[in-house]
Each structure stands twice: as structure tokens, then as C-alpha cells.
Design a protein around this ligand. Structure first.
Ligand SMILES: [Ca+2]
Length: 372
């Protein structure tokens, strides 16, 4: 008759079992063991079997509370060799929202283990099996900031995944009542590793491209600041000279590339091709409305008369470099996905990311490639 008895679900609350257990003289048994719902908990002090440790407090599991905040249509919106973008639709309002957590695993057992740990309030390092707002800030927000509109958070990207592997994920939605709704389980498989690539920017010399924004971004050389090699693109942000009030929109990347698809990447496969770029934002860890853009010229080798294709909204992480992998088929040009014919006949003129940057934020971009 030790602690095990007191933590057994049958002795939850003021039951006779507790009294019996305590009368039998267990030193580990005291009135502190009851009531157990609302009790503080941790990895070393777990809740009894029928309660979940949610954010450090024992709570009744999902089946015993009615979630006030839920999502529907949780699923995969795209995959690349090392990333999967998961998407959903909230069906409840912002007033009941607390946060999302996304759990991911390779097997049902791994997923359940990750979900259990997340429900206990545990997390892991950047990436891993439990994704919270500490990994991707949008998971802590009902809507994206600085959009000028209401743009609900409906997607997040898990990166650092292995190529050609099946992953399953579940979205946990936390509400203001302390209840957690678990979405349906979605299953995706990362693409196989790419076999070919074409570099748009990494190290000097840069084929005809130039840093954007023109005159404000530069190519710097410092191995500690670069994602790979020593060269990287740097935009130092809005000048603190009163010329920008507090924030403004800008696209950061490389432009005037004038690629010739037939010469540079004749075997490009639009079904698997993605643009990869490393982006490091030094700024506030808040998910704002953003976009990635691939600008196309009218024909091979020409950027006279350009047209922008975009992925939006795209929330960027702050901190160390994030290696974005964005499928070319996910970029919309005039409302239609980029197709093989466009990619094989028209120049790529620009690859960039854009959003409203607050004064003081700086951006580095490196290692921009098309891979397929
Ligand atoms: Ca580089």
C-alpha cells in the first residue's frame, strides 16, 4: 500500500478506497492526494490514469469535457522531401481559443506517445514530435498579425523531416475551459530526396541576379551569418531615421535572375520541383501574414514584363535559419498553380519572401535553389 494505491483511478476523489488506503497506514497517502482533478502534475508526478496532465494541471480527458474550440478538415496540403504543410479550418471563434499543438510521429504508437506527452504539458526542442508556438509562432495565434484583415491561422509547416517517410499528425486545440479537442489523424508522406538542383543564389559570383530590395539589401560575407558557405543576402531592416513610421511591407530575396529553363534546368519536373531557401528573421516571435513569391518573365532569359506567382499566407519563424521548401506547384499564378509548360518556357526572375516588417527586424536569405 504505497503511492501506487493512492494514484489508482478507483481511489479518485473522496472515495472509500482512499479512506481504506490511508487507514491501512500508507505513509505516501494523505489528504493531499484528493481531489486529484486540478492537482499540479509533471513528468515526475503524473496524474492518475483517468486524468490528463494539461499544462501542468490534472484535468479530465477529452471524453469528460466538451471542447469549446474545434477544427475540421485537418489534413496535408503539401509535402516536400523535408517538410509537410498541414492545414485545417477552425469551426469555433477566437473567444474560446487558447492555442494549438501539433503532434507528429511515424507510427500510430509514436503519435499517441507524442500526444500523451503534449497533453501532459511537455514539449521538446525545435521540431521533434511536439510542435507548439515555441516552434511555430502561428500555433499560438487564432489569426495572423499585421494582415490588415482577419486571416485565421489555418496551416503550419513541420520541417526537418526525413525524405520518403510516412508521417501521421494530429492537431490539439486548447480552449478557454481547459479542454483539449483532438483532430482526426492525418497521414502524409514526404517526397523522395531530390536528384537534381539548380542554384539561384548561394555564393558569389551570382549569375545575373541582384539582391532585393534594390539598394537596401546586400551580399555579405561571413561564415557565421551565412546558412551555407560564407555569402548571404542581408536586409538590415527599416532605417531608424524617421523615413518609415514603425513598419512597412517589403520583399527580400534575389531578382533579375533571367533564367533560361532549357539551358539551366531542362529536366525540371513540375510535379516534384520545389524552391528551397534559407531564411533567418531577427525579430519578434509573432506570426504575421507573409508570402513567398516566384516572379516569372515572359520568356526564357527575359525579365521584361514580369508576373508574380505567390504562396500566401506564409508565416515565417524568427530566430535561426528556417530552410523553406516550397513546391512550385503550390505557387499560384493568376489563380492557377504553376504548370510544367510555364516552368519550362519562362524565365524565373525573382525568388523572395515578403511581409510587413517592424522597424528593428532584419532578414538574411541564403542557399536559394530549385530542386527536383
Ligand atoms: Ca551562402
Amino acid at each position: 500500500m504505497h503511492a501506487e494505491v493512492c494514484k489508482h483511478p478507483r481511489v479518485r476523489r473522496f472515495s472509500n478506497w482512499v479512506a481504506v488506503a490511508c487507514l491501512l497506514g500508507s505513509s505516501a497517502c494523505s489528504i493531499d492526494d484528493v481531489p486529484l482533478e486540478g492537482k499540479l502534475c509533471s513528468a515526475s508526478a503524473p496524474c492518475p490514469d483517468d486524468l490528463a496532465c494539461v499544462s501542468g494541471v490534472c484535468r479530465a480527458p477529452d471524453s469528460m469535457c466538451t471542447p469549446k474550440f474545434q477544427v475540421e478538415n485537418f489534413g496535408v496540403s503539401w509535402q516536400t522531401p523535408n517538410t509537410i504543410r498541414w492545414a485545417w479550418q477552425p469551426i469555433s471563434g477566437a473567444d474560446t481559443f487558447v492555442q494549438y499543438k501539433l503532434v507528429i510521429g511515424r507510427t500510430p504508437e509514436e503519435l499517441e506517445l507524442a500526444a500523451g506527452r503534449a497533453l501532459e504539458g511537455l514539449s521538446d526542442d525545435q521540431g521533434g514530435a511536439i510542435w507548439t508556438q515555441d516552434d511555430n509562432p502561428e500555433l499560438g495565434q487564432y489569426e495572423l498579425r499585421l494582415s490588415g484583415d482577419v486571416d485565421e491561422v489555418t496551416a503550419t509547416i513541420t520541417d526537418g523531416l526525413e525524405p520518403g517517410v510516412e508521417y501521421r499528425a494530429q492537431l490539439l486545440s486548447y480552449d478557454t475551459g481547459g479542454c483539449v479537442a483532438r483532430s482526426a489523424v492525418a497521414v502524409g508522406r514526404t517526397q523522395a530526396a531530390p536528384v537534381l538542383e539548380y542554384t539561384l543564389f548561394d555564393e558569389r559570383p551570382v549569375s545575373p541576379g541582384r539582391p532585393r530590395p534594390d539598394g537596401a539589401a546586400s551580399i555579405e560575407s561571413n561564415g557565421d551569418q551565412a546558412f551555407s558557405g560564407s555569402d548571404y543576402l542581408l536586409w538590415s531592416g527599416w532605417p531608424n531615421d524617421g523615413s518609415t513610421s514603425s513598419a512597412g511591407y517589403e520583399n527580400i530575396g534575389i531578382y533579375d535572375l533571367k533564367t533560361d529553363p532549357a539551358a539551366a534546368y531542362p529536366s525540371l519536373d513540375g510535379s516534384s520541383a520545389f524552391v528551397e531557401l534559407a531564411v533567418a528573421v531577427d525579430g519578434s516571435p509573432v506570426a504575421t501574414w507573409g508570402e513567398a513569391r516566384v516572379i516569372l518573365g515572359p520568356e526564357a532569359g527575359s525579365c521584361a514584363g514580369i508576373e508574380a506567382s505567390t504562396i500566401k499566407p506564409l508565416a515565417l519563424r524568427t530566430g535561426p535559419y528556417q530552410l523553406l521548401q516550397l513546391p512550385l506547384r503550390a505557387f499560384l499564378l493568376g489563380g492557377e498553380p504553376l504548370d510544367q509548360d510555364t516552368l519550362r518556357t519562362r524565365a524565373i526572375c525573382e525568388v523572395s519572401v515578403g511581409r510587413t516588417w517592424v522597424r528593428g527586424e532584419t532578414v538574411r536569405v541564403d542557399a536559394i535553389r530549385i530542386k527536383w
